[in-house]
Design a protein around this ligand. Structure first.
Ligand code: NAP
Ligand code: MG
Length: 468
């Protein structure tokens, strides 16, 4: 077991003022694999001060000079991607297949996508009698969740740095080891001191203090809608901008005339990969009532192939939930679904083996106002809801406080027409997956702002007009 007793700020590994440590668990073995120092307010003050000091020079660099540093960081990720993958598997429990073919390549592609878009990004334009400039805000606090431990940081750090901001990152307490490895990459890439800083600590204390800090200009948060609301309220005190990527309860609408196996695969893969711990997961499958028997049969044959096991094994599709806490939440929701009168088609129980495992579960006979259809479960649980008309399907899909993602499977023209009527930030047609530069983010209580590509850069620029 390793003990991490330092923070990375001002270009160096710094001795902590804090004395408190938190344990990091491997969710497959339930063993403690590391102890990580928990920042106190004095540590955070230091990290923010280093970012504040570094900002003017970094913001004054030519965009191409900042891009060169980010390219070095990308090269370090490529060089150490196997260690990144192994660290994610150990602390998150996602399967090797998903981490090596999904999570890590996604980071490389999205970082490359940001760099490509950045080459075309216009920092100056003439409007009437003004020179309109874009520049960094200042110090950005990045607060990230555990479900994609590397990429959630990458999606904030890359655009914030490219556009001239400096950052202080506070990763999730369940997955700090990937973040500390990120700090090593920053050090190896030779970024100027103070430009990118990473501290570890608890959300309610370190995270809140960092977000509320008067020297932080922008809070970029990914996580639960509940915490997002708290941060938005706190940001009002110093009128700082918040960029929020929050929860979801997205629907996939399977239309008559669509390919049933594509619909089942498109929804099921999002609740199986990463154990369903994906905010954009398509957790509500909406099917025409007449097609329900066909969909049920297709779901059963698809789930029959799914291997639940040790995430390090190549054959495993579904590993453990990230934590005991998350396992308990998912098991509670399965009980809630049973009590609400939904029918368990597949799974529905914990797994009696070491590790935080739950059976991949599918409920049918679900009504959209049940809690299992309205609340984000963040686990391998799919609910199937039937509809009579396409208008009704659209109404059900939109009947949610969330609006992050969605899917439509059916004849393409009709599917696109349905997609236009969904109040969500993304809609995937016929099982398509999102390219790395495509904007990602939510309507309604799923968030404010967009990540990735050009739209992701836009969230991190302040605008100045020099009128002459
Ligand atoms: P969470 O509790 O909101 O935590 C997210 C991050 O915020 C963690 O770093 C956490 O620290 C920190 N935090 C907690 N309370 C805080 C506070 N009062 N002030 C400042 N920071 C605080 O979310 P989670 O349970 O880790 O993640 C699951 C949720 O995130 C789901 O609802 C999911 O939909 C959402 N999510 C959304 C997206 C998206 O892109 N839209 C992506 C992934 C996840 P600790 O870890 O120390 O508690
Ligand atoms: Mg939490």
């Amino acid at each position: 077991m390793k003990t991490y007793d330092k923070f990375f700020y001002d270009g160096k590994w710094q001795t902590a003022h804090a004395q408190k440590y938190a344990e990091v668990f491997n969710p497959t073995t339930e063993e403690v694999i590391a102890k990580v120092i928990q920042a106190d307010h004095a540590d955070i003050d230091q990290a923010v001060a280093s970012a504040k000091k570094a900002f003017p020079a970094w913001n004054a660099l030519k965009p191409s000079e900042r891009a060169e540093y980010v390219k070095k960081l990308l090269a370090r990720l490529e060089a150490r991607k196997q260690e990144v993958a192994d660290t994610i598997i150990a602390e998150l429990g996602a399967s090797r297949t998903f981490v090596e073919n999904g999570q890590v390549p996604m980071s490389i592609k999205e970082m490359s996508g940001f760099l490509e878009e950045f080459e075309q990004y216009a920092f100056e334009e003439e409007v009437d009698n003004a020179l309109v400039l874009k520049e960094g805000y200042g110090v950005v606090a990045c607060i990230t969740p555990w479900n994609y431990p590397f990429n959630q940081i990458q999606r904030k750090l890359t655009p914030a740095l490219l556009t001239g901001n400096t950052v202080v990152v506070k990763p999730a307490s369940d997955t700090p080891l990937t973040a500390l490895l990120y700090a090593e990459l920053i050090e190896e890439a030779g970024l100027p001191a103070g430009v990118a800083n990473i501290i570890t600590g608890s959300g309610g204390d370190a995270g809140q203090y960092l977000a509320d800090h008067e020297d932080v200009a922008l809070v970029s948060f990914t996580g639960s809608t509940e915490v997002g609301k708290t941060l938005a309220k706190g940001a009002a005190d110093t009128v700082k901008k918040t960029v929020l990527e929050l929860g979801g309860k997205s629907a996939l609408i399977y239309l008559e005339g669509g390919d049933c196996s594509v619909a089942v695969k498109a929804a099921a893969s999002t609740v199986l990969d990463n154990q369903g711990q994906t905010c954009s997961a398509l957790t509500r499958l909406l099917v025409p009532e007449s097609e329900l028997p066909k969909v049920e049969a297709e779901l059963k044959s698809y789930y029959d192939q799914v291997v639940v096991g040790d995430p390090a094994d190549k054959e495993t599709r579904v590993g453990p939930m990230v934590s005991k806490n998350q396992l308990d939440t998912v098991l509670d929701y399965i009980e809630i679904g049973k009590n609400e009168g939904a029918k368990v088609l597949i799974g529905g129980e914990a797994l009696s083996r070491k590790g935080y495992y739950v059976q991949p579960t599918v409920f049918t006979e679900v009504i959209n106002d049940m809690r299992i259809a309205q609340e984000e479960i963040f686990g391998p649980v799919l609910v199937v809801i039937t509809y009579q008309t396409v208008e009704e399907a659209i109404a059900i899909a939109n009947d949610s406080i969330y609006g992050l993602a969605g899917g439509v499977v059916g004849p393409e023209e009709e599917a696109v027409s349905v997609a236009r009527q969904l109040r969500t930030g993304n809609v995937l047609i016929n099982g398509a997956s999102r390219g790395p530069k495509v904007p990602f983010g939510g309507y309604k209580q799923s968030g404010i702002g967009r990540e990735n590509g050009r739209y992701g850069l836009d969230d991190y620029v302040e605008i100045k007009a020099i009128v002459r």
